[in-house]
Each structure stands twice: as C-alpha cells, then as structure tokens.
Ligand binder design. Structure first.
Ligand code: AHR
Length: 504
C-alpha cells in the first residue's frame, strides 16, 4: 500500500541562492582517474594535448562547475615541480599514498588546460604532509604570479604566459588520518595551516583557503579537531573541509538510503563547531564548509593501501554503481542544496573511473554510470534560490542513524524564469508514496523524471551504457494550487513547474 506525504513550496521561504560551486568534482592522481581517464595520448578521441574529448564532453554534460586537484592522499607526498616543464624530462616517482608509480606525464599545466576545456574552475590542494610553507608559496607564485620572478618566469618558459589565477586552495588533505603521509595532531596541523594561510594571504588577500577538517565523522577526534584547527586559523581561512563516503557493502539498505540525513547531521555539527569557535573569538566572520569529498564508495571491499603492488595506473576502487547508489547520490545532492547557506563548495569524489560517475576503457569507450544522472539533472536545473522544504511524511527506523524521514527533498525557484523545481527521494523500499504538493499560483507542470528500476541492482556498462537512466514519472497532476504525484519505492525524482504563459 502507498504511503502519503505532503509538502509546500513557497518562494517566500528561502535558504539562500544556489551555490554554483556545490557541483564540484575531483581529479586525483589515483588509479585511472588521470591516466586513461581524463588523459590518454594516443586514444582515438584524444585531442592534441592528449585529453580525451569523450570524457571532456561527458564532464560538460555532467554540469561540473569546479574540480579539485591533484589529491586527495596523493597530494601529501607530491612534488608539484615534477609535473611541469618538458614531459620527457619529468621524473618517475613513487606515490606512497596509493603505492603507485607516477610518471608525471600529466601535471599542473595539463590540468589547467583540461579545466579550461571542461569549463570548470580549478581548486588546488597543497602538500602540507611532507612539505610546508615555502613549497606552498613557491607553487602559488608559479601558478598565479604574472611574471618577472624566477617561478613565474619558469611557468612562462613552460609555454604558459598568463597566470592561472587559481582562487581556491586547500591547505593539505586529511592530515588527521594516520594513513596520510605527514599525518599530524590538530595542534601541529593548526599551526602549519595558520602559517601557510598567513603567507598566502600576504601574497594575495583575495585567495580563498580551506583548512582540513576531519577525514570522516567516525574519526575519534571529529569535532575536536575542527575546533582546535579553527582556533588556530579562524581569521585566515574561509572554509573548513568535510569528507564523507557512504558504504553500501554491509547490506543494511535502510541505513544506506538514509545517508543524506546523516550528511545533514554532519554539516550541522561542523557548522555549530565553527560558530562556537567564532563566538569564543568574538568574531563576526562566518566560516563556510567545503564538502570537498563525498560519494558512495564500497569502501569495505578495498583491502587497503598497504596491500597494493607497485603499479602504474592500476584499476583502483572502480566501483560499479547500481540504482540504489544513484538514489543515494541524488539524496546527498539534496542535502548539499538544503545547506547552501553554509556549504560553499562541494566535490563529488572522483570524476573518472575511481568511484566515479564517468567510466572509461583504455583505448575504448567512455560511459555514464547510474550516479551520473542525478548529478547532471540537479546541476542543470537547480537555479535561483533554494527553498525551505519540510515534508510531512512517514519515518523509517535505521540501525545506523535512528529514525530517518522517508521523503527527502529540496526545491529551487529561479526568479528570472519563474521555474520551480522539486528534487525528491522516496527512501521507502516497500511502498510507493503518494505525494501532495501545495504550490504558488500560476504554474504549469513541465516534467517529472524518476530514477528507479524494478531491479535495484541494475547497472550501466560499456556494453549496455544506458540500462539505468531517468524515465518519465507518474505525475504531476495539477489542480489549482495542488499537485499530486506518485513516487516509486527507492526513487530519485525531479519535478519541474514553469509559469503559465499569458494565453494560459
Ligand atoms: O577519494 C579517495 C581518497 O579518499 C582520497 O585520496 C582521500 O582524501 C580520501 O580518503
């Protein structure tokens, strides 16, 4: 039997403007994200720079606005100098993060060329694991200073005349994690992050800086780490980072489907922590959140870094995503939009092959995984203001997160076009939901697309790339200011309304 739920969409109740940087992604030198992912000289579809044009096209279709680079754990043992200058002179190195061989054929300038072609903003991470303030400053000078100094002229001698002008910089990566090269205590990291931030802001006060938060909410120092790091850096940084991966491997589908509610709890916890530090420091400044790694990751299937053999571009964590995974990814995007007032940056990890919406074969095709679709549709249609949406619905008990609402939703209102868009997930595995909406006057339905399937384990593959795609849903039926639609069990939905034309 169907459950019922109700919600009201009112453009007067706004959370804030849709933050375009919420549709970020992540390219790490890990597995095949770079090599045979975005970069494959010799591939039939590679351009003159060795960039795969099929992956570039899919990146643009995905609607990615920003891409974090070059790691991840990789960055904490990376020498950026190895990846610039004539390709034949670049050294091969050991990447300790993923026990991989790094040939350095792709580096900073190749990434910037790729980002320009993909139409995305670059977000760079600094190595604060094995390196420090001096090397960070040198990288920023090479990257952003126009010319007339040793490092800016070095960049020009590498054929890049104009500075890249990267505005967003991460002060390291996951330095609370014992797996991280150069792992630190909060006091050690806070001091280094503050010193690096002070120097970078002296170089250019307009740079936006992200301090590392906890690697995940299960870390023993979660919350305490952020408080101590922010006490050391508060006036010098703009964002604190959050990372979360949701793992379906244990088969507890109800908990997995409630991942969006857990992500919201995490966002609110770190917002409260940051505001507490701000209050203690009597600061009017508000720190924003950079959710710069999030996704579904079958993490418990990964046997750990130490188990890996030294290989070049190994097939690492190339998770194949099914329908339930796509519904969860849709619900995580809903959570990010619901918190657009505090989350200023978000990056799905990663873009190609490594836990990614885009998969490729070396010398072969590129295709969209199931999780591609909710990202692409959300990035394309979330415009204007995010509205406050409070569904009245059933709750579902979960072993991991307690009770979670069955309906998870957000909506946007574009003041320019008048378009109103609802993004909604039915997490219930056993029942469809009859959803009733109360809307402003003067709208007409445009479309209801639903991502679900009778077989929730269905996946896309090189042979059947469009097995899982969004399809027309059952609704909405509109009468005056009331609309109704049916949401299938375990479904992600987008429902669009536009203003009536004068003739209507
Ligand atoms: O995205 C994969 C890895 O997950 C990143 O390198 C690291 O930052 C995180 O632990």
């Amino acid at each position: 039997m169907a459950t019922t739920a109700r919600l009201t969409l009112d453009p007067a109740f706004r959370i804030g403007p849709v933050e375009p940087r919420l549709f970020g992604s992540f390219v790490e030198h890990m597995g095949r994200c770079v090599y045979t992912g975005v970069f494959e000289p010799g591939h039939p579809l590679a351009d003159a720079d060795g960039l795969r044009t099929d992956v570039l096209e899919l990146t643009r279709e995905l609607g990615v606005t920003l891409v974090r680079y070059p790691g991840g754990n990789f960055v904490s043992n990376y020498r950026w100098e190895d990846g610039v200058g004539p390709a034949e002179e670049r050294p091969a190195r050991l990447d300790l993060a993923w026990r991989s061989l790094e040939g350095n054929g792709f580096g900073l300038n190749e990434f910037m060329a790729w980002a320009a072609k993909a139409g995305v903003e670059p977000m760079m991470a600094l190595n604060l694991g094995t390196r420090g303030v001096a090397e960070a400053l040198e990288l920023v000078e090479y990257t952003n200073y126009p010319g007339g100094t040793r490092l800016s002229d070095l960049r020009r001698s590498h054929g890049v005349d104009k500075p890249h002008d990267v505005r967003l910089w991460c002060l390291g990566n996951e330095l609370d994690g014992p797996w991280q090269m150069g792992h630190k205590t909060a006091a050690e990291y806070g001091r280094l992050a503050a010193e690096t931030a002070r120097a970078l802001k002296r170089f250019d006060g307009g740079l936006s800086l992200v301090a590392c938060g906890s690697s995940n909410s299960g870390m023993p120092t979660f919350g305490a780490w952020e408080a101590e790091v922010l006490e050391a850096t508060y006036e010098m940084v703009d964002y604190i980072s959050l990372h979360a991966y949701y793992d379906p491997s244990d088969g507890d589908a109800d908990s997995f489907l409630a991942s969006g509610a857990d992500m919201e709890h995490m966002i609110r916890s770190i917002t409260a922590t940051a505001d507490h530090v701000g209050a203690k420091l009597r600061s009017k400044k508000r720190i924003r959140l950079s959710f710069d790694e999030w996704n579904v990751w079958y993490q418990s299937r990964f046997s750990g870094e130490s188990s890996l053999d030294w290989e070049e571009r190994p097939r690492l964590i190339e998770d194949t995503y099914d329908v339930t995974d796509a519904v969860v990814v849709g619900s995580l995007l809903i959570t990010l939009l619901r918190n657009t007032d505090r989350v200023g940056v978000a990056c799905q990890a990663q873009l190609a092959n490594v836990i990614a919406p885009i998969r490729t074969e070396p010398g072969g095709p590129a295709w969209r995984q199931s999780i591609f679709h909710p990202f692409a549709l959300t990035a394309r249609h979330a415009r204007g203001q995010v509205l406050r949406v409070e569904p009245e619905c059933e709750v579902i008990p979960t072993a991991r997160y307690g009770e979670a609402p069955a309906i998870w939703a957000t909506a946007t209102h574009d003041e320019v076009t008048g378009e109103l868009v609802l993004f909604v997930v039915n997490r219930d595995r056993n029942a469809p939901c009859a959803l009733e909406l109360t809307l402003p006057e003067g709208l007409r339905p445009v479309e209801h697309l639903e991502l679900t399937d009778d077989d929730l384990s269905a996946v896309n593959s090189a042979d059947v790339p469009d097995r899982v795609v969004p399809r027309p849903g059952d609704g909405p039926r509109l009468e005056g200011r009331r609309a109704s639609l049916n949401l299938s069990p375990v479904s992600w939905n987008i429902v669009r309304f536009a203003p009536l034309s004068p003739q209507e």
